[in-house]
Design a protein around this ligand. Structure first.
Ligand code: DP6
Length: 344
């Protein structure tokens, strides 16, 4: 009688950052963002959902520990799934009254600025959508769990359109190009620290909206142009342009964090050392070879073309001699991955 679905979903790392909401409950952003979805074999969330008439309560386990189901974002996702199922008449009415059990785990540190909520909610919502046989766009449901999750619903290169509607109906993710469009594109995650961030992305972006003067300037004057330019760079496979915009946007995002009051600092000395290393490397070449980007944490995501990967790995070992070929600084593995993720 019961319906069990298991899915995996990959992490995505933004090259134009989402930072700031116009609606906290519906998770509607103030700007468009663009990301690359990484290989699910290396960093992913795995979620099993089971809907059964035998369950007495909705229940959830995250990374092996039972959590409260009262989390508002989780409730919003399940509510939206059920109301879509009712509208689409995809399952029998009785199925909508059954309780659900959810079990989810990540194979990488949670809440250390490695997009764990993005993979987590994309996976959860995709699994629920399959269990409830939803046919319509699920990115807008994943968005209700965590904004950046809507982009993990697609593989390859993805744009999240902020939208203009107050109900969020046009705030959806769209694939710009699939994984096979630019097969040489690779990513390296340099794990600098795996402790939980001091201030969550949600709280951090709220503080920036409320207190940073630079924030408005970014949203109005910088992001719209950058989004168009990076989408074009992706379509035309212009790595130099792609890399330049990626680095500038990461730097601007962290400048806004610092311009917030009180200031927010996500990067550490090691993060800045990585930035310095990349610029030095790029400067000795006629063209930019590698880009860095940092989310709300100290870990770096490097984007580079495949031919550069062995050179960069040996450079990292040279600059950070405490690392071994498969370790970096804190002893966590360097995750070398090629972007080839089709979703789920
Ligand atoms: C810095 O999606 O985690 O990673 O919508 O409040 O859950 P909520 O925030 P979240 O923010 C991600 C911020 C970022 C940039 C990005 O991924 O675009």
């Amino acid at each position: 009688m019961s319906n069990i679905i298991t899915m995996i979903a990959p992490v995505n790392i933004a090259v134009i950052k989402y930072w700031g909401k116009r609606n906290e409950e519906l998770i509607l952003p103030l700007n468009d963002s663009v990301s690359v979805t990484l290989n699910a074999n290396v960093m992913c969330a795995k979620t099993t959902v089971c809907v059964s008439p035998n369950f007495l309560e909705d229940e959830i386990w995250l990374n092996g520990a039972k959590e409260s189901f009262t989390n508002q974002r989780l409730q919003n996702c399940l509510k939206e799934i059920k109301s879509r199922a009712a509208v689409e008449r995809s399952v029998d009415d009785i199925f909508l009254t059954w309780k659900v059990h959810i079990c989810s785990e990540n194979n990488f540190p949670t809440a250390a600025g490695l997009a764990s909520s993005a993979a987590g909610y994309a996976c959860l919502v995709s699994a629920l959508a399959k269990a409830y046989k939803i046919k319509s766009d699920v990115s807008s449901i994943a968005r209700l769990g965590s904004g950046s999750a809507c982009r993990s619903v697609y593989g390859g290169f993805v744009r999240w359109h902020a939208g203009v509607e107050s109900d969020g109906s046009d705030s959806i993710a769209v694939q710009i190009a699939n994984k096979s469009h630019w097969p040489e594109m690779s990513a390296l995650i340099l794990v600098v620290g795996d402790t939980q961030k001091k201030i969550s992305s949600s709280k951090g972006m709220k503080l920036s909206v409320e207190t940073s003067d630079l924030f408005q300037f970014r949203v109005q004057n910088c992001v719209p142009k950058r989004v168009e330019e990076i989408c074009k760079a992706i379509t035309t496979k212009d790595f130099v342009k792609f890399a330049e915009i990626t680095m500038k946007d990461s730097n601007q995002f962290h400048a806004i964090c610092l311009d917030s009051y009180p200031p927010i600092t996500y990067m550490t000395d090691t993060s800045y050392k990585i930035i310095e290393m990349i610029h030095k490397y790029n400067n000795i070449h006629p063209k930019i070879k590698i880009a860095y980007t940092f989310d709300a944490g100290p870990n770096a995501c490097l984007y580079l073309l495949e031919e550069e990967v062995p050179k960069i790995l040996s450079l990292i070992q040279h600059i950070f001699p405490t690392s071994t070929p498969d370790k970096f600084i804190t002893g966590l593995p360097i995750q070398h991955e090629k972007i080839d993720t089709d979703l789920i």
